[in-house]
Ligand binder design. Structure first.
Ligand SMILES: CSC[C@@H](O)[C@@H](O)C(=O)COP(=O)(O)O
Ligand SMILES: [Zn+2]
Length: 205
């Protein structure tokens, strides 16, 4: 699904930034957001803006290769967004959060994160029962987006996950439009908080 205009996409991105910031998922300029536009370009956050204080000026356009179309500097992680759009033509929005629970979980997990037995798993596209097993890949962090993209590439083949974690960094989620991508991030963040709480209760029990 594609947003109708840059302005519509930019306003939706501004609103997501405020919502994520209020929840502690976008501290200290972290996070980035993008939306596919109908002309084949993408609306993406400008690098370095505080995402809770975005205005339309903090959102810009890039082409499919990540080149700036308006002279602004796109998110340092634009390549990760574009890679998802290239792989999945049905994806219309990509969101990236930096919550304490997702980052903590990514640092304690030795392998991928398997979600089982959660009613909220049904918030993910295509999941219809709490009995579904949802695997969220965990890849190593790097300052080179090519490394992260290479690490996640094989994990996106076949039945793709709804989201992935970058260790010690944050969470990427996507959807057909920004509302679906926000729902995926919201569900994954809630499940990460639940997982962290559950692990700490089991340790103390
Ligand atoms: C301020 S630490 C976070 C950044 O290094 C990065 O991971 C991030 O999410 C935001 O980068 P940005 O270039 O503003 O999109
Ligand atoms: Zn980040």
């Amino acid at each position: 699904m594609v947003a109708s205009t840059f302005e519509t996409a930019a306003d939706a991105i501004v609103a997501v930034g405020r919502a994520f910031d209020v929840r502690g998922w976008a501290p200290a300029t972290s996070g980035n957001y993008s939306v596919r536009l109908e002309d084949g370009s993408f609306a993406v956050t400008v690098s370095g803006w505080h995402k809770g204080r975005l205005t339309r000026d903090g959102v810009m356009r890039v082409d499919a290769r990540g080149a700036s179309l308006d002279g602004k500097r796109p998110s340092a992680e634009t390549a990760l967004h574009l890679s998802l759009y290239r792989r999945f033509p049905e994806v219309g929005a990509v969101l990236h959060s930096h919550s304490p629970q997702a980052v903590a979980l990514s640092r304690v997990l030795r392998d991928d994160w398997t979600i089982r037995g959660h009613e909220l798993g049904k918030a993910f596209p295509g999941v219809t029962t709490h009995l579904a097993e949802i695997i969220v890949p965990v890849v190593e962090n790097s300052q080179d987006m090519g490394d992260i993209d290479a690490a996640i590439a094989s994990r996106l083949a076949g039945l793709p996950p709804p989201a992935y974690l970058i260790r010690g960094h944050g969470l990427y989620g996507w959807g057909a439009d920004i509302a679906e991508a926000e729902r995926v991030i919201e569900a994954t963040e809630w499940l990460a908080a639940c997982e962290v709480a559950e692990r700490s209760m089991r340790r103390d029990a």
